[in-house]
Design a protein around this ligand. Structure first.
Ligand SMILES: Nc1nc2c(ncn2[C@@H]2O[C@H](COP(=O)(O)OP(=O)(O)OP(=O)(O)O)[C@@H](O)[C@H]2O)c(=O)[nH]1
Ligand SMILES: [Mg+2]
Length: 438
């Protein structure tokens, strides 16, 4: 990807030989170290990097200069040499100084987790909007690095801010270029967002409820989406297989039209630049009527993954202290049930049975998908109101429609009219009103 190429070696080549290293710090992770490394490997594979080795290092104090201790840096350098790696992927966040010191010590290019995720998003973004958002995030990331490496350079020169030094001029020029480009992208994005906003406003007038699938990357959102819609969205054992939101119409019991949306997966330590950049895309999620949080219940870190997803949803004001008042309700779909051993499956079933906001299923085999569909439509029709309606006796079709889309509580025939008491969801009532006018 060459989104913005200050130096040509900014790029990560496909097929590059790499080693993945992770610093385990003591305020440690809520997750299993092996699983964490496995995920980092998965991220690298997502852009076709040839991962030769992956190793975790316990780091007691993060070294400001190199993150890892000096003995560990030597070990990493040796590992990289042995594996003939051109690239070292550090599955943590590195400061620009740490990154450049590690590059020098290990004689290989170094990228951190944020850089890697940005690379993946850069490759995957398919729509114009997605591309613009990723480029913006990438520029933002680079701008931060320029500023900080500038102070670093300055320190190397003795810490006196000689104005007009050659390095500074170059960096100033780079920064201006980045700023200009960012401003231009923001203007383009504004335009795209406005257009999409118009589309959405148009769609919102159609009284169809929207259901959004969210979840950790690789949890099975697209597989479930395909199963529920009969669509053929790319679903693969690949992190971030989906980047751009996809929407399809679906039918659910008692709700003959709803929109299901498949979205980008979340991952732990999602770069803040990307959360900001994807806010617009994720607005679809925020304005949904119901969120289905798809979880890989067979994953060893399923709990940590849930927390990560909730963290991102918190940043988007969907859950937590700063949740918007009209934030959509959430149900959890515990997926990949087929991967659990009988004993674990029984345990999980028990847990799920105790909660009315959990459905267990396998998007792959289809088991439990019907239960999910019923639960979704129950939720969507919840809070429905009872309406007293009058229908001409001759209009059997409308009465049938009410039976299909709501719950008919009573009917009394009076002269030429049927007086009907029916419980209807807001969506159904809106549709009914339109129907009446037609
Ligand atoms: N065994 C099993 N595998 C599943 C199930 N659901 C999905 N998978 C597999 O899990 C992998 C990821 O599925 P996707 O549907 O692409 O996951 P996603 O959540 O859309 O992932 P991203 O788009 O990358 O965020 C694929 O290999 C699927 O075949 C399931 O119920 N059981
Ligand atoms: Mg997907």
């Amino acid at each position: 990807m060459a989104i913005f190429n200050r130096d040509s070696d900014d790029e990560v080549a496909r097929g590059a030989r790499a080693v993945v290293v992770h610093a385990e710090t003591h305020n440690a992770d809520r997750r299993d170290s092996d699983a964490r490394l496995e995920e980092a490997r998965g991220l690298a594979l997502a852009i076709d990097i040839d991962v030769r080795a992956a190793q975790a290092f316990r780091v007691r104090d993060r070294k400001p200069a190199t993150l890892f201790g000096s003995g560990q840096v030597d070990q990493i350098a040796t590992l990289a040499r042995q594996e003939e790696a051109e690239l070292i992927i550090v599955d943590n966040s590195l400061s620009p100084v740490q990154q450049s010191n590690l590059e020098k010590s290990c004689e290989a290019k170094v990228i951190d987790r944020t850089g890697l995720i940005l690379e993946i998003f850069g490759e995957r973004a398919a729509t114009n909007e997605g591309r613009l958002q990723v480029e913006l995030a990438h520029l933002d990331y680079q701008a931060g690095r320029l500023v900080r490496s500038w102070t670093h350079l300055e320190r190397q020169r003795g810490g006196f801010g000689f104005l007009g030094g050659p390095g500074e001029t170059q960096i100033e020029a780079d920064r201006r270029m980045i700023r200009d480009r960012m401003a231009k992208i923001r203007r383009e994005l504004d335009q795209v967002t406005r257009t999409r906003g118009l589309h959405r406003a148009r769609r919102q007038r159609a009284p169809w409820p929207v259901i959004a699938l969210v979840g950790y990357t690789n949890a099975g959102k697209s597989t479930l989406f395909n199963r529920m819609t009969g669509a053929d969205v790319m679903a693969e054992d690949l992190l971030f297989a989906t980047l751009d939101p996809t929407m399809r119409q679906i039918a659910l019991p008692g709700l003959d039209k709803a929109i299901l949306s498949d979205t980008v997966g979340f991952v732990s330590d999602l770069p803040t630049q990307l959360i900001a950049a994807f806010r617009a895309t994720l607005e679809e999620v925020l304005s949904a009527d119901l969120i289905v949080h798809v979880r890989d219940i067979a994953h060893p870190d399923t709990e940590a993954q849930r927390d990560d997803v909730l963290d991102v949803l918190g940043e988007l004001n969907v859950v937590g202290e700063n949740a918007d008042e009209d934030a959509p309700p959430i149900i959890e779909a515990w997926n990949k049930l087929d991967l659990l051993e009988d004993e674990d499956a029984a345990l999980v079933r028990e847990q799920a049975a105790r909660r009315d906001d959990v459905v267990i299923l396998s998007a792959l085999t289809g088991e439990g998908v019907d239960t999910l569909q019923r639960t979704v439509s129950d939720r969507m029709t919840r809070g429905a109101k009872v309406y007293g309606l009058r229908i001409p006796v001759s209009d059997g079709a409308t009465l049938a429609w009410l039976h299909e889309h709501g719950e008919v509580l009573s009917t009394i025939v009076e002269d030429e009219e049927t007086r009907v008491e029916a419980r209807l969801s807001d969506a159904a009532f809106a549709r009914f009103s339109k129907r009446g006018r037609a």
